[in-house]
Design a protein around this ligand. Structure first.
Ligand SMILES: *Cc1c(COP(=O)(O)O)cnc(C)c1O
Length: 434
């Protein structure tokens, strides 16, 4: 998604970004506003906005090492004087999301300690690694991770908390913002620009003391090299407000109608067999998996994905498992009128390729999708019952400048005194670690 510019931003969010550029703001007050919106949206105490989810992961890890010690914040990535500088992660979570998870951890100066094997992690292996030098456990939720044999978040949180170690969850690409705090995450990192459809930004949500430590690292520590500006914060706040007022059920149903249109259209294309598949990490999305039939499905799938991407109009498909002989089509963020365009491109490219590869039509006849299981639309826990009315007309678009100027948000959750300390670099009660 990053290669595609991450997301399609709805006009109301774009408007809020544009408005924020026209005046000065009190950036701490804007972050304080974000703190409360993040709390409402995620079920955590609150949060702060970062440059990206990857940046959010780095400042979250840093927060677990430095606590509120500004001396420690400024010393990173030199961790030689810190008591806790190891970050534990299951080997099956050491993945490439477009960047490398371990590098995002190491750039804080933390030492990455991998536990278990690529496909299995036992509780005793994690327990053994949780020593007095451990600052955090990083838990990654992603279709890139190994999907079986590893410890679940509930177990990891239980074992880590028993050892007094906080858990940082990378949930950059997850739809349900409330699941992770409920399962015991101390800090969770989301992307503002994936499902949330905001501008590029990261969201760190969690325990107040750790969020503050993360914010300290964001504003006065290594996060300064990955700064988020007022436009990113304003846009992320708008995206979260929209999320809280969105009719998620209607969204899932609209997406599923696109899935059905894909299945119907692809049934007529020679050499393809399409099935519905659920999202591997439980996101409420049904996708279309398109198997390529014939003599060399892996090469055929790779060639199909490449030619679709290089064609005009360019069509990007999920191609991370082409070596298994299939591509996948994603109904998210696609406009209805784009569905026939995608179908037309797939038909043209696939039939051209199958002529070239040269298998006979009778070997893989056109016809309805074979082995087709209907999954139907899959619903998130963000259902209308759960929300303040699921009514986009009630989203408070636009920042209330009067409230911001009165520092109403800051007075609630980010006491002025503390913010003044951040500004002047004199943070009281400097306490390292958790
Ligand atoms: C997308 C993604 C990231 C990176 O998110 P950005 O906001 O682009 O930095 C990190 N981790 C996972 C699991 C992701 O899916």
């Amino acid at each position: 998604m990053t290669e595609l510019g991450a997301s399609v931003v709805p006009p109301q969010i774009a408007q809020q970004v544009a408005e924020s550029l026209g005046y000065f703001v009190d950036i701490h007050e804007l972050q304080a506003l974000a703190y409360s919106v993040i709390g409402r949206a995620t079920g955590a105490e609150g949060g702060c906005i970062t440059a990206s989810a990857a940046g959010g992961l780095a400042v979250s890890v840093a927060a677990c090492m430095t606590g509120s010690s500004l001396g420690a914040v400024e010393s990173l990535p030199d961790t030689s004087a810190l008591k806790r500088r190891k970050v534990v992660i299951q080997k099956g979570h050491v993945v490439d999301f477009g960047g490398l998870i371990p590098q995002m951890i190491r750039l804080t100066g933390a030492q990455v300690v991998e536990v278990g094997t690529a496909t299995v992690c036992h509780p005793y292996q994690l327990e053994y690694a949780l020593d007095p030098e451990t600052a955090a456990v990083v838990y990654v939720v992603s279709h890139h991770t190994v999907q079986s044999g590893l410890l679940g978040l509930g177990d990891v949180a239980r074992l880590a908390h028993a050892a007094g170690v906080p858990v940082v969850v990378d949930a950059a690409s997850e739809y349900d913002l409330r699941r992770f705090a409920a399962l015991g995450a101390d800090l969770t990192v989301f992307s503002a620009h994936k499902f949330l459809a905001g501008p590029t930004a990261g969201i760190v949500a969690g325990r107040k003391d750790l969020v503050r430590a993360a914010y300290l690292n964001q504003t006065r520590g290594l996060g300064r090299a990955m700064k988020v500006g007022k436009e990113g914060i304003a846009g992320a706040v708008a995206a979260l407000e929209r999320w809280l007022h969105l009719d998620h059920r209607a969204l899932h149903e609209a997406e599923y109608r696109r899935v059905q249109a894909f299945l119907e259209g692809l049934g007529e294309v020679r050499g393809l067999r399409s099935v519905e598949v659920p999202d591997p990490t439980g996101n409420p999305i049904t996708r279309v998996r398109v198997y390529l039939e014939g003599p060399a499905p892996a090469q055929y799938a790779a060639a199909l994905a490449l030619r679709l991407r290089q064609g005009s109009p360019a069509v990007a498909v999920r191609d991370n498992e082409v070596d298994q002989g299939y591509i996948e089509l994603d109904p998210c963020n696609l406009r209805d009128e784009e569905v026939p365009i995608v179908l037309d491109r797939i038909r043209t490219v696939a039939e051209g390729l199958s002529d070239q590869i040269g298998f006979a039509p009778e070997e893989s006849p056109a016809g309805p999708a074979l082995g087709h299981t209907t999954l139907g639309p899959r619903y998130s826990t963000y259902t209308p019952e759960d929300l303040p009315g699921a009514d986009l007309d009630r989203v408070p678009w636009g920042l209330d400048q009067a409230k911001l100027a009165r520092r109403e948000h800051g007075l609630l959750d980010w006491p002025d005194a503390w913010l003044a300390e951040v500004e002047t670099g004199r943070v009281a009660g400097q306490e390292e670690g958790r």
